[in-house]
Design a protein around this ligand. Sequence first.
Ligand SMILES: *Cc1c(COP(=O)(O)O)cnc(C)c1O
Length: 392
Amino acid sequence: MTITSFHPPRRTLMGPGPSDVNPRITEALSRPTIGHLDPEFIRMMDELKTLIQYAFKTQNRLTLPISAPGSAGMEACFANLVEEGDKVIVCINGVFGGRMKENVERFGGVPVVVESEWGRAVDPVKVEEALTEHPDAAILAFVHAETSTGALSDAETLCRLAKGHDCLTIVDTVTSLGGCELNIDQWGIDAVYSGSQKCLSCVPGLSPVSFSDAAIAKINGRKSKVKSWFLDMSLIMGYWGGEGKRAYHHTAPVNQLYALHEALCILQEEGLENAWERHALHHRALTAGLAAIGLEMLVPEKERLVQLNAVVIPEGVDDAAVRSQLLNAYNLEIGAGLGAFAGKVWRIGLMGYAASKSNVLSCLSALEAALLKQGYSFKAGESIKAASAIYA
Ligand SMILES: *Cc1c(COP(=O)(O)O)cnc(C)c1O
């Protein structure tokens, strides 16, 4: 068999990420590759830092994209901030909180787990209790937007509690960045990581991160070297140094970084707050449509993410059959449930470029067609009517 070029199908990506990529971004990827120490590249990287600061709403000097996906941004935060024996309060209300705990353990920290129900926000009362019970805790870690369940936690309140107990904060904003309110400096977040492929609608594989001065002070005061060479911020700072003195650390993924630069230019053109509002609008239309055909959301309204909608699969409806019909007949990808929610919920993403009126309406029509085939009883056309009423 002769293997020839790979040409993927054209899909509409309305799952938990990657999300639809704006064609402007794929065009940016195909621009000429230049050296990563080329003065023009370095100029682009300086702009990229400013753009990431804009998206995170931060003045943090140490703000950069890690050359690897969101999971590597997560590791970068824990590898640098957690030292042997550090007590870390880890909030778990879904899959990604569980990964934070794993990171704490692997880097020699001692996790104190605060469990909240899956599908709900992190409970600030439980966090306050844990902080009081463990006055020696060094760090509070939690996920702002739990993509596995569709729950949004109150990052501002959680960070204020941490500050009151002299704790640094590590916050996962992989799904929140660009999709809902996020305010690093005002909320006092010390270490934050995100991903390129969710609400920024860029190709996967980059993780914007940012560290406060307090976080940098902890890194600089470490008694032992960071256990990961690649993710050691003290080495990466040498490349990002700022005085025009760029030392080789690793070969930057040049073209992917053009793509992230383009994605953030698009965000800046739209305006960050406008992007948050756009995600909220399409969420309102989608959920009105789903409600009109009797589908229920997993997460209570006040704790719901707008960019990731967890929908309860009705009794008697075959999860896999519906998702494959959407994929095969409509080229539409929605997400399956994760962990405890496998087979029980669908996760419909409205992230970045995918958060559009045409996507909401075509998703609802395709879902109606698939549900009809499943024998689920509802009044056909009602979801489109309800969503259109929101747009009217
Ligand atoms: C997607 C996601 C990650 C992991 O990002 P990758 O780019 O897949 O490594 C981490 N946390 C949350 C909340 C996510 O949604």
